[in-house]
Design a protein around this ligand. Sequence first.
Ligand SMILES: [Zn+2]
Length: 272
Amino acid sequence: MKDNNAPFTAVISESGAQYMTSPNIPVTHGFTTRLGGVSGGIYSSLNLREHCGDSRENIAENYRRIASALGVSTLCFTRQVHKNTVRTVTAKDAHTLFEPVPYEADGLITEDPNCALVIFTADCIPILLWDREKNAVGALHAGWRGTAADIAGVGISRMIEEFGSEPKNIFAAIGPGIGQCCFETGCDVPEAMAKTLPNAMDFVKPGKVSGKFMVDLKGINRALLIRAGVPAENISVSDECTMCLHDKYWSHRFTGGERGSQASIIAAKGLA
Ligand SMILES: [Zn+2]
């Protein structure tokens, strides 16, 4: 059994793309960073966000670098809308760069090993899932709204329905995202969390200013995964905060939204 509390590992690939891997997910996956791409300015440098001011040539080259680093060719994307829909995809849903995605969802699941799932974040919490028995995978985008809508629990339920997964066989990696150190909110966020998770206030501290709160989104998502039946020992959590580490990751808050995006990518292949 691997140590799920081990730190995530930084990988500098031959193509240049730099990404992080989780200690408990043995299939092909990566949480990309800003580093090792070709984009400039506010998109410097491994920008994977298609519809922004970055040039198509640069974005395409960044994709070539990360796809080559991970050994994947068929990517499935989704149009993220901060809700909790989790969609099953196959290689038929493969995405051609710069084509619009014909559906909205904040999570993707598949048991097609030829299909690499991609979700985007820049402070929101990325969650990658792997079922070791069914060799199925999932990728979830959990911003605060998705977290409050329990996308983590919905992702596990959908794997049970679609693949016959048992939660005890699912491993989860909660990747780099905004930490409690930086995620200051009004009372709307803790209130929304408490509706979903009765002990949500265990993950909320008072902010520096009256009426403000510091919310631990990674901790809440971990608790939601555990409530869905995933054993605590199967869950790893990145200790990296995208806002603290704004030279390494895009942070929506730090940049005021003038930014690229990192991607979290997983495919049900590559088992040694
Ligand atoms: Zn921070």
